[in-house]
Write a protein that binds this ligand. Structure first.
Ligand code: DC
Length: 249
């Protein structure tokens, strides 16, 4: 069985998919991780991409970069309910949530050749273990990658609610980063970069991401044919999970 969850940024897709995977014993395919891993590899080769904004650095012009992408390995561990992405023997997972990586992933995701490779990586996971059940989340999982999915969900929420969630996530990531660096955390979080957390910035950032997802020519974000639309604006994570479980039953 394959379940897909598509939707805009910060609609809660990955959290819902992760929880469902754990409760149902499904394999979670977090397709955003693969775009992010592509971005990590790209930025290692072109660390000054954003500063130079060089057209010569366009990923579409680098066949050897596409070759590197096809070597990505996505591993879901059911014991920890966590996914990791490796390139050769290197674990890229710790770098996937860096802000510059998010920005680069968004740029790369508009490239059709990159999308083809990442789509194949996802389909190959299912081909390798056809007896398993899968839950894939992203922007095009139900429309392009797994159009044959048994259940397709389009998860959305109001832009205000998503902006709040986005801000909370940023805060959590910054706190985790500080912890990892063993910097003493102040209880009022005054050490954190509040400039990144102003609600208006989150709103602007999300609006921009929505625009890019919706208007790109290759695999834009759409409600897949036959998908059930769930608006999670007024729902908790567990309530969304329960709603989807009812649709499976
Ligand atoms: O869901 P996310 O924020 O981790 O996704 C990272 C980027 O990859 C984001 O810019 C959208 C893009 N993406 C995509 O285009 N198609 C997918 N199936 C998954 C993610």
């Amino acid at each position: 069985m394959i379940i897909t969850i598509d939707g805009p940024s910060a609609s809660g897709k990955s959290s819902v998919a992760q929880k469902l995977a754990q409760q149902l014993n499904f394999i979670h395919i977090n397709s955003g991780f693969l775009y992010r891993a592509a971005a990590v590899i790209f930025l290692k080769q072109a660390p000054n991409y954003f500063q130079n904004n060089s057209k010569n650095n366009n990923p579409a012009n680098q066949p050897e970069f596409l070759q590197l992408l096809s070597q990505l390995k996505y591993i879901y561990n059911p014991a920890t309910n966590r996914a990791q992405v490796y390139h050769l023997d290197q674990d890229l997972t710790p770098e996937l949530k860096i802000a510059q990586v998010s920005q680069m992933a968004s740029v790369l995701s508009a490239n059709s050749e990159i999308r083809e490779i990442i789509n194949k990586l996802q389909r190959d996971l299912v081909i390798a273990q056809p007896e398993s059940n899968y839950i894939a989340d992203g922007r095009d999982c139900g429309s392009v990658v797994f159009p044959q999915a048994n259940l397709k969900i389009f998860l959305t929420a109001s832009i205000q609610v998503r902006a709040e969630r986005f801000c909370r996530d940023l805060l959590r990531q910054q706190q985790a980063k500080q912890k990892a660096q063993q910097a003493p955390l102040q209880s009022d979080s005054s050490q954190l970069d509040k400039s990144q957390l102003a609600p208006i910035d989150c709103l602007a950032e999300l609006t921009e991401r929505d625009q890019r997802d919706l208007t790109r020519t290759v695999a834009p974000l759409i409600v897949p044919a036959g998908a059930v639309i769930i608006d999670s604006s007024a729902l908790t994570l567990e309530q969304v999970v329960q709603k989807i479980k009812q649709l499976i039953a």
